[in-house]
Design a binder for this molecule. Sequence first.
Ligand code: S3P
Length: 440
Amino acid sequence: MSHSSTNLQFIVQPGGSLRGSVRVPGDKSISHRSIMLGSLAEGDTHVSGFLQGEDCLCTLKAFRAMGVAIEGPTEEGRVTIHGVGLHGLQAPAHALDMGNSGTSMRLMSGLMSGQAFDVRMTGDASLSKRPMKRVTAPLAEMGAVIDATPNGTPPLLVHGGCKLKGMHYDMPMASAQVKSSILLAGLYADGETSVTEPAPTRDHTERMLRGFGYAVKTAGNRISLQGGGKLTAANIDVPADISSAAFFMVGASIAENSELLLEHVGINPTRTGIIDILRLMGADLELLNGREVGGEPVADIRVRSAKLKGVQIPEALVPLAIDEFPVLFVAAAFAEGRTVLTGAEELRVKESDRIQVMADGLLACGVDAQPTADGIIINPGNFSGGVIDSHGDHRIAMAFTMAALRATQPVIINDCANVNTSFPGFVDLAARAGVRMATA
Ligand code: S3P
């Protein structure tokens, strides 16, 4: 795949305001799940607002490779999936390439464990370094057989024909991917499969399973389902991704004279940590026109410039804002007073080590940022500008793009092609909203 090797550079001139209204692309988590459940359902599933980022396209291609007829995505993000039922997938002729996508690899590990055939799954350089034991170990307890490298990293070979049995799993970390992987394997297991999570994580899998007519019980922090049911096709309207909207929430907060309307943003309460943390910092965010779309809450969000202050980030909010920390660190860099994050060691095993890579980038721009084992301490002030290595991590690249709005010197960001994994069209949308950027 081209995205791991291309060096696309973002050149962002300092200053500017964000104004007008924008609709960022569809939610990545919901888009992945729409393809997975739609493929395994009985009947046709119609999806609108599908995210045409490379990550979700990896999932789409994987199911096509297993014999599922999928039309689209059209330019407007319409996809039609002709579901084959839980037992209708066919052996793919080749390894499934999951690109940069941890969600694809981890959720599919669970699903593939229940199939009659072997599946090999590969990924790009970043995904090939990410820990998979967190799913392969509990899946093995259910009876799955999955080979990984000696470090527990991809490529994975998921053996077919294993008989899975339901079990209870007490999750050691707050991870929606681990939870989802086990629940999806549970569809194929004998009896009940349940998980308890140490803190709430995004619940899109549970919501969508219910939307497809599959009974999932949630009681406190315990989620359970019975194997052997069936999924019935449903229509899915994917809201705009709050994780993509987050860049603009921070950008419009820190840039002077900004007023931006973010349209049709998913505000599922397991995803709104970014709103809570920004409000603690003093941001001016207004939720308008709240509504529910296909089982997911949605709103328009109006953001105006505000004077932010540094905060101690409450640990309970960490899993609810897990993908938003790169841009929250940028907000902290322009706040008044110190920001301290703890309890966020998971950030070290994302598409890059987001604690180290963000600290290095902030330091390169003149900000005092000290990484810790499980977080960071940011003493704001002195953000001039500089050259950033995004380490091929989409969210690092987009976070530093927003920082330029308040920089005094240009911000030049290297290795940005992976922005396409989650946010196709980012450069045009950001430029239209007021970011002074170009690519090279
Ligand atoms: C996701 C869960 C989160 C998140 C990722 C998407 C999902 O990962 O970081 O971008 O769709 O379930 P973890 O489960 O590793 O926290």
